[in-house]
Design a protein around this ligand. Structure first.
Ligand code: DX5
Ligand code: ZN
Length: 220
């Protein structure tokens, strides 16, 4: 199933409640939350307290993307705050198998993410253990960057490997996703489109959402 998941990083926090209701009214049921630590990426965003607030306002899937170094000590707090999916970066974790097992033990879905320059071969030994693979299509740290099309063959290869293992995963693509780039992303085998600027940056959230849906052949 294809999902378009807004990244709350691009929301207007002075009217968060209204914007989240607007997403839910538009039929969106997956919200992406970017956690940045100022070390793994050159930017700082939210901690577990904000995720807890989002949990109160959001009825659907709460998808927490940890762009932090050595996230193990933070994972229990984000799960406690209400994260349904917790994704870590393979570049930021020393013992990926242990981290993935920790997320699963806490009852969340486990995701692993790859930066644009990181090859998917690093997932080979862990793919059958994860629920989500998040392919970064910009260098992480900021919203509003331009999509890097070089990641498309990587998406294709990840989908092929998962199919060969007969293992069901969601493949998320994050960064520079909009109505123009969405089509090639879905054709490559991704099924979760993370979109910040493309959803919150326009005049009307549901019109922006429908523009993406239309271009990937979904009903509007
Ligand atoms: C980038 C974040 C993305 C970002 C996407 O580091 O992981 O989720 O918010 O924003 P847009 O859609 O504006 O590229
Ligand atoms: Zn993200």
């Amino acid at each position: 199933m294809i999902h378009i998941a807004p990244s709350v990083l691009a929301a207007d926090f002075s009217m968060l409640r209204e914007q989240l209701s607007e997403l839910q009214r538009a039929g969106i049921n997956w919200l992406h939350v970017d956690i940045m630590d100022g070390h793994f990426v050159p930017n700082l965003t939210f901690g577990p307290k904000i995720v807890k607030t989002l949990r109160k306002l959001w009825l659907g899937t709460l998808d927490v993307h940890l762009m932090v170094e050595e996230p193990d000590f933070l994972i229990p707090d984000f799960r406690e705050a209400g994260a349904d999916i917790i994704t870590v970066h393979v570049e930021a974790v020393r013992h990926l198998h242990r981290t993935v097992q920790l997320v699963k033990k806490l009852g969340a879905k486990a995701g692993v993410s790859l930066n644009p320059a990181t090859p998917e071969v690093l997932l080979q030994e862990i793919l059958s253990d994860v629920d989500v693979v998040l392919v970064m299509s910009v260098n992480p740290g900021f919203g509003g960057q331009k999509f890097i099309p070089d990641v498309l063959p990587k998406i294709r290869r990840i989908r092929k490997s998962a199919d060969q293992l007969a293992h069901e995963i969601d493949i998320e693509v994050d960064g520079g996703v909009n109505a123009e780039t969405a089509k090639s992303i879905v054709e490559s085998g991704a099924n979760v489109l993370i979109a910040g600027t493309a959803i919150f940056g326009g005049k009307n959230i549901s019109a922006s959402f429908n523009a993406i849906r239309k271009n990937i052949g979904l009903s509007v």
